[in-house]
Design a protein around this ligand. Structure first.
Ligand code: PEP
Ligand code: MG
Length: 319
């Protein structure tokens, strides 16, 4: 029985009517790569690189980062490794950076904005990733992109470093986690190689509810039709330009969400390692036809509670 379960974990997640969805794992450290692959993950859709920078007095050197990214790439043995560049700032300050005092840190110098304000920091990370790209399938993902200007600025730096190192090009994608990026996804899809939707922040910004708020948590359900419509827009825009779309926020691991995300056409779901096998099994138990139908019904709901009460969704979630 255990051996059969293990074999099933490695099979791809294909719906009963033949639609394939990639299932990847969210990781932090290189040690987790082996664990993720053993759990059946088809790569990683989100490497949270913050662990390298947190709590340190000095930033990690390019060499130190290169060694870790190389281990990650090798640990995944050629499977895709979506390495998110530093997503600090805001509520996650760094000791070695001078942060401005901000009244609303989540609306401040965060993610890619901080990397562009600290180009030496960004360059070292980019160079380490470019070099590690020789040892596996590393792709760069930029967090907190709010529009084309920052994407272009980041790509220019990445290309300059690549030419200096003479390394092969890496795919450069963006997180869609700011509503403006979802709304402008058709334009962004011209210049981003892929999208990954960060539903944690997308929900916070779309519904104007702080993701860490002590009492408003119940209001911020990522299955809110407002969030689902932003996801729908993003997927349509991406596919219109031949780009793939993943979801790497916590929503991807919600059994009620998987049928909707699959039905909206999301190509890849990246979840924490313990959720990989169950998600693959759930996808194998549904049809794309049913998922598309329930996704359309969800887009027409008025509230998250209505979405969660859809009988067809409850059936697909518990199948
Ligand atoms: C997200 O915002 O959904 C996400 C995946 O990134 P993080 O939770 O690290 O902000
Ligand atoms: Mg985020």
């Amino acid at each position: 029985r255990a051996a059969a379960a293990k074999r099933a974990a490695f099979r791809p997640a294909v719906t009963l009517d033949g639609h394939r969805v990639e299932v990847a794992a969210n990781v932090r450290k290189p040690e987790e790569a082996v664990e993720a692959v053993a759990a059946g993950a088809e790569g990683t859709g989100l490497v949270r690189s913050e662990f390298l920078f947190d709590g340190r007095e000095q930033p990690p050197t390019e060499e130190e980062q290169f060694a870790l990214y190389r281990r990650l790439a090798e640990g995944f043995g050629g499977l895709p490794v979506v390495l998110r560049t530093l997503d600090a700032g805001g509520d996650k300050p760094l000791r070695f950076v001078h942060h401005p005092v901000e009244a609303n840190p989540f609306l401040g110098l965060r993610g890619l904005r901080l990397s562009l304000a600290e180009p030496a920091l960004f360059r070292a990370q980019v160079r380490a990733a470019l070099r590690a790209g020789r040892h596996g399938d590393i792709r760069l993902m930029l967090p907190m992109v709010d529009g084309l200007a920052d994407l272009r600025a980041a790509r220019a730096i990445i290309e300059r470093e690549r030419l200096a190192l003479a390394t092969p090009p890496l795919e450069v994608g963006i997180m869609v986690e700011v509503p403006s990026a979802a709304v402008m996804a058709d334009q962004l899809a011209r210049e981003a190689d892929f999208f990954s939707i960060g539903t944690n922040d997308l929900t916070q910004y779309a519904l104007a509810v702080d993701r860490l708020h002590p009492t408003l948590g119940a209001r911020s359900d990522a299955l809110d039709p407002a969030v689902l419509r932003l996801i729908d827009m993003t997927v349509k825009a991406a596919h219109g330009r031949g780009r793939w779309v993943g979801v790497c926020g916590n929503l991807a691991a919600d059994a009620m969400a998987a049928p909707i995300l699959v039905g909206l056409g999301v190509d890849e779901l990246s979840v924490s390692i313990p959720n990989v096998a169950a998600l693959k099994a759930q996808i194998r138990g549904m049809t794309m036809l049913a998922a598309e139908k329930v996704a359309r019904a969800a887009l027409d709901c008025a509230t998250a509670a209505e979405v969660r009460a859809l009988p067809a969704l409850r059936e697909l979630a518990h199948a």
